[in-house]
Design a protein around this ligand. Structure first.
Ligand code: NDP
Length: 433
């Protein structure tokens, strides 16, 4: 704590992992001797930099850029870039730390990193976003490379931003190095199913969790937070598998549609128009928009928090339990507060932590890197089949590790232990570096 003051989210993420690793470290004292934990919680490198740019009126702005390269034990640093107002180092560090275990669980040879800037793309013109991305990449490019560090998108960084970032990377390096960024457009190095992967993967994971109790996804009532990349494609997959998705949210409020969410309309509003959810309710008589309470107040069988960290609080968890929720799987990173997780687990609700449940996005990024390296392009079906297999395998690893360390059903222990063991073995083999 003293070493990293003011980094509350980083402390929260580390505490959760270390707490659940206690039974693992008891069985493997050799890891303590090698000071693995001390090394694991210290990023290999952190880069902070100035991002100056000019808006459409000619005014100069100065933002701060971040890239935390946390662990290269299993491969090049890999993790997204987030553009949100007030982004802080502690947030980037928590995200990069979580990424260590998540990426290890995919089994795909990727290390861990995360980055971004305290820049808000909302309300900015395409030309402003382009100038910002170009300035951001002017510094970041020195740290990237297909064998070094490979960013992707995250909140506020979608296909448009990745395009501008890649264009500037190419210009500065004079190399068409497709493997240096993922989330690229289909047709210039991107992978089929990357856009869909995180949301689809979360639904695959929740289906596996339900199956352990002999239950099905079809017919279940689902509520999600967020209406961005992760949420929209989680809705798509959940609906395709027969679930009834009745509510989602954005930063302005939430909509409930008892007739089932109209995904085409949602995509039109959130992806094509970059609009707000109140316009959804204006267009559908079965829907209502609200800014009071929370989307998690809406009764459901399955809740998929998929917007941002610490959005699902203890009080929300109490309401979800009271309303009979059966499973909560995190599409976002650390969306449930520790107290909320306590309430859910106490009540016997299946709880899938983000590092397992939302690993489908980074897994498909690794598949994009593989296609870039071999210059192959796979079909949507082929890529999705591989994604589904990775999610099944992650689920199996979590269950096996949870059983091995004496807490079946505990996906937090399972995910942390399985991810940790893979990284720890690599770190030990590579010596004190
Ligand atoms: P997007 O920017 O595409 O969407 C985020 C959504 O959440 C938007 O609808 C946004 O509202 C809403 N939101 C953001 N912040 C808040 C807030 N403070 N309160 C309420 N709503 C909020 O991001 P992604 O879908 O890509 O990412 C969502 C989460 O999933 C993040 O935690 C991210 O780290 C995680 N994740 C993403 C992956 C990916 O592949 N994209 C991979 C793994 C994890 P509005 O529409 O109004 O902006």
């Amino acid at each position: 704590l003293r070493r990293n003051p003011g980094e509350g989210e980083f402390h929260q993420a580390v505490r959760e992992v270390l707490h659940s690793l206690a039974p693992v470290l008891e069985k493997r004292p050799e890891y303590a001797e090698a000071k693995l934990i001390e090394r694991l919680v210290e990023p290999e490198r952190q880069v902070l930099f100035r991002v100056p740019w000019t808006d459409d009126t000619g005014e100069v702005h100065v933002n701060r850029g971040f890239r935390v390269e946390f662990s290269s034990a299993l491969g090049p640093y890999k993790g997204g870039l987030r553009f949100v107002p007030r982004l802080e180092l502690g947030t980037v560090k928590f995200l990069a730390f979580e990424q260590i275990f998540k990426n290890a669980l995919t089994g795909l040879g990727i290390g861990a990193g995360k980055g971004g800037a305290d820049f808000d793309p909302k309300g900015r013109s395409d030309a402003e976003v382009m100038r910002f991305c170009q300035s951001f990449m002017t510094e970041l490019h020195r740290h990237l490379g297909e064998h070094t560090d490979v960013p992707a998108g995250d909140i506020g960084v979608g296909g448009r931003e990745i395009g501008y970032l890649f264009g500037q990377y190419k210009r500065l390096t004079n190399r068409y190095e497709a493997g240096a960024l993922t989330g690229k457009g289909i047709g210039w190095g991107g992978s089929q199913a990357r856009t869909e992967a995180t949301g689809y993967g979360t639904v695959h994971f929740v289906r596996e969790m339900l199956a352990t109790r002999g239950e099905e996804l079809a017919g279940r009532r689902v509520v999600l937070s967020g209406a961005g990349n992760v949420s929209l494609f989680a809705i798509e997959k959940a609906q395709a598998l027969g679930a009834r998705v009745v509510a989602c949210s954005d930063s302005s409020g939430y909509v409930v549609d008892e007739a089932g969410l109209d995904l085409d309309l949602l995509k039109e509003i959130k992806l094509a128009r970059r609009g707000r959810l109140d316009t959804y309710a204006e267009a559908r008589s079965s829907a209502r928009f609200s800014t009071r309470g929370s989307v998690f107040d809406v009764p459901c069988d399955l809740a998929l928090p998929s917007a941002t960290q610490n959005e699902l609080t203890e009080q929300h968890a109490v309401t979800l339990v009271k309303n009979g929720v059966k499973a909560v799987a995190e599409g976002a990173n650390m969306p449930c507060t520790p107290d909320a997780v306590g309430v859910l687990r106490e009540a016997g609700v299946l709880y899938g932590p983000g590092k397992a449940a939302n690993a489908g996005g980074v897994a498909t990024s690794a598949l994009e890197m593989r296609q870039n390296a071999t210059r192959e392009t796979w079909t949507f079906e082929e890529t999705e089949t591989r994604l589904a297999a990775v999610m099944r395998d992650i689920h199996t690893q979590c269950v096996a590790a949870a059983e091995e360390f004496g807490a079946p059903d505990d996906y937090v222990l399972g995910a942390n232990a399985a991810g940790f063991l893979r990284v720890a073995e690599a770190m030990r083999a590579q010596g004190v570096v």
